[in-house]
Design a protein. Sequence first.
Length: 483
Amino acid sequence: MKVKLILPALTEATSPLFRPIKYSLFPPLGLATLAAYLDAGDEVDLQDEHVERINLTGTPDLVVIQVYITSATRAYRLADEYRRRGAHVALGGLHVTSLPDEAAGHADTIFLGPGEDTWPRFLADFRAGRPGRVYQSHIRTLAGLPPIRRDLIKRRLYLVPNSIVVSRGCPHVCDFCYKEAFFEGGKSFYTQTVDDALAEIDRLPDRHLYFLDDHLFGDRRFAAALFDGMKGMGRLWQAAGTVNTVLAPNLLERAVDAGLRSLFVGFETLNPENLIEQRKYQNLKRDYSAAVRRLHDLGVMINGSFVFGMDGDDASVFDRTVEWAIEQGIETATFHILTPYPGTALYKRIANEGRITESNWDLYDTRHAVFRPARMSGRQLEEGYWRAYRQFYTWRNIARGATAHGSLLSGLRHFAYASGWKKFEPLWDLVIRAKQSGAMLPVLEGILSEFGKRPSVSAPLVSPVVPAQSEGHRVIPLVPDLR
């Protein structure tokens, strides 16, 4: 059987604002996992349009396309073309699960939710000549998951070929997140066994890893056992976590001992009212500054995530947020415009209030205002978003953030990483277009090794968290901080 697995390019990855480095980081692990269920005699082709042109020659027996909201238009065009040629087309992913009726018009089969239970069942039905139209996931387990087909991944095209996922979902229920819609009908957070996760890690070459889990620390017992098992492997790794797990006693130390060097932390907003509105309760009454200090004291770099446009935000939110992040010495920041994805609680609320202003899915890229904000115009929201990026990554503010660290070495590391990430994009562009992203991996490993240097792994724990007070929208900690 001839099978083609396709990850179409996100719209923003093909726009004039294309940042090649952002879309050449990670290979499509989901599709490589599906490939692991195929028979040894099957002919498999995995293509990622972010790093290569899709080869449209030939007619496979089966075409599988992973669909995100801003790749939906492109995915549907590819699906329609392959169906016209006579291939059986299957669509799955976040957008398909959120809008199954829309996706069904472009597919012979659609998958709703994760595919660990439905994909093997579909393959059996397809080989028997009776494939179904809709496969809905209900059984949630990673037990018996076959090894990912990493031989299909073109490693040299990615800066981080050693990406890995050892869990699914997240234990939290934030209104703006796709998670609840995608995992409807079963568990919304579950993990591999520790032994299976360690075995997958052991199969990966080189030192560097990137855990793409939504929340690697979500099951603290699993995370602690995983980190203990990784200790001594000599790995350097990055992941995503939450403020409350950063502040949890002992867990972060174990992660650092196992090689954690960079954490994506979802601060999202400095306004407690926004946290309540979005049901991001795990950040409430948490001292963000203490979380930042704790990470830096342990030698961990921070990529802070911030979302603009919540109902408590006015036009002053951008400058205040950027200034706070710089003062804290956060190395890199990822800014987003609040985006009400279909299927989320946020979308339902905003739609019920008549505030959705755009139904073009290409614009749901967290860079455009697709709804009417409560306390500013959509234009102000977009302009403030772009201004935040410009301000945070000026040479002056990179230098200011570097001086927020307690030592010259830490400041130099900060300056090197932040400037290298944003200020040398033309160089990254050349490397990526020359298909040599993988050749830069030793540079990344060298930088992360430097971040691991610190006075002591056992930095003192922060004192018990005291609720923060707010002055307007600014959080003022009463006790002198993640994707």
